[in-house]
Design a protein around this ligand. Structure first.
Ligand SMILES: [Zn+2]
Length: 119
């Protein structure tokens, strides 16, 4: 029953991620194939964040920084995506497929375990 609404309510993954509440965003993913696909890519970043979580959990105030880091990833991806989409979707897909997207490869500081290092 949501089929009618799914396209016209979507303003693009970044916009939906930014402006919807977590619940609404998750609901949107269920009805919007494009965003669901994009979200799958973003999950790789989330996995990195999740791996880093136990490491920094001792210092609880850093969870706020962690969310900032996640937001930064989203912004960075959104920014990088624009020129790459213009260069061609195939190129983008190849790049994503071949890129393991470790924090280190993305140029972010990592600790000795290769996890995202948050100061
Ligand atoms: Zn969407």
């Amino acid at each position: 029953m949501n089929d009618e609404k799914k396209e016209k309510t979507c303003n693009g993954y970044e916009a939906m991620y930014t402006f919807l509440s977590e619940d609404d965003f998750n609901k949107h993913l269920e009805v919007c194939e494009a965003c669901a696909k994009e979200h799958a890519r973003m999950q790789r970043v989330s996995e990195l964040i999740q791996e880093a979580k136990p490491y920094i959990k001792e210092k609880q105030k850093q969870s706020r920084i962690l969310k900032s880091a996640a937001a930064f990833f989203v912004v960075a991806f959104a920014t990088l995506s624009i020129p790459v989409y213009m260069a061609g979707a195939n190129m983008y897909d190849n790049m994503v497929a071949q890129n393991t997207l470790t924090a280190q490869e993305l140029g972010f500081p990592v600790d000795e375990y290769g996890l995202l290092y948050v100061e």
